[in-house]
Design a protein around this ligand. Sequence first.
Ligand code: SF4
Length: 484
Amino acid sequence: MAESTADSDVRTYQVRTYGCQMNVHDSERLTGLLEEAGYVPVAEGEQADVVVFNTCAVRENADNRLYGNLSHLVPVKAGHPGMQIAVGGCLAQKDQGEILAKAPWVDVVFGTHNIGSLPVLLERARIAQEAQVEIKESLEVFPSTLPTKRDSAYAAWVSVSVGCNNTCTFCIVPALRGKEKDRRPGDILGEIQALVDEGVLEITLLGQNVNAYGSEFGDREAFSKLLRACGEIEGLERVRFTSPHPRDFTDDVIAAMADTANVMPQLHMPLQSGSDSVLQRMRRSYRQDRYLGIIERVRAAMPEAAITTDIIVGFPGETDDDFDQTLHVVREARFAGAFTFQYSKRPGTPAATMPDQVSKQIVQERYERLVDVVNDIAWAENRRQEGRILEVLVAEGEGRKDDRTERISGRAPDNRLVHVAVDPSLGVPRPGDVVAAEVTYAAPHHLVADRVLAVRRTRAGDVSERARTPQPAGVMMGMPTLPA
Ligand code: SF4
């Protein structure tokens, strides 16, 4: 962390991230790129020399939020000579030069296909004293070759593909992220091996439509093969993936999940709606029976799997009966949790101009009913965990304490959030360590495990401990010292 430039040539940066995991991972690359170019993260409470917005375009008010935040920076920039503002991500890819028209104090606009250009564009804008806009219509190099600064010492995102070949009528992603491009399996496995060598225990395979992986090079079973190959990597304890699409969720993937020990019993599978007629208008290319069939087969193969989903309420033309169909699927599927959204028009998507837009009042009423049903089931499913012994991977950040018990927090194999008591006789677990503990209480959205059985200190725990320990000047961080 550093003070601003006034007294040094080192320029500080701040990256503000909006939206999905894709953007979270892209921001890890943006910070990696900036640090490779000599920028340093700004200190808490300080004003950065460079502020980068990595934007999302999915929600209706995404634009308002960006331009609101940009206008707040006008007086800040006026008082901070040499300050630069850059806007990237999906909204930049969509609005392009329009961003400069609406916010002429912005210095750089870059798109989703050329995040690697940021440092050069910042330099060019600084030297030329002129704003730079660079948007590419398609991906040139797979961004995984770019330097990355990960947020976590023990967990990492690994992209398997970018873009999407689907055309869901409410979604703007294909227009902004382009057609699906797949990485070569060898590149992916090579990156995973390198991460494990650095102490990473858990990886999440990332793709807009992760289980369609391989469609670009014509191998329909490429994703299940990739999961099985992850099972061969020594030291890789947990494999997760997001987001799959029900249309491409085939039995070979379910078998690979069940057969491969380090693939976690957890599945996030967007439903969006339970009504066949709404799914048809969404152009989701599956129907209620197929979705429930997948859930059934996943449960048969992995009875303890935790399944979560995404649901949109109030899609144009949604009737009371359509909504009842969504509630029916939620009751049948017994989700461990759900991200629930009120439909909002996204200009540029087919759904935005569809007839029979549902009134806000009806959408709100249905949304509240849905959230109640989802929460009741999630809590009931959590209560089934009471008495189970879970292996919890300890996360960064504060645990949930109460007046009697100090706790740390982490994730169970099925990705449930668990607050685990600290038993000093077993040592205080560090982020990246693994704790075996018995679930003693289930809350609606988390578990409490106050009977600790064992604490396993891991290399990831060593790495995260070193990352948090201030190092004497000149010591290199992050690189684990290989055992002599
Ligand atoms: S699958 Fe549909 S919702 Fe998901 S990114 Fe592709 S078009 Fe959008």
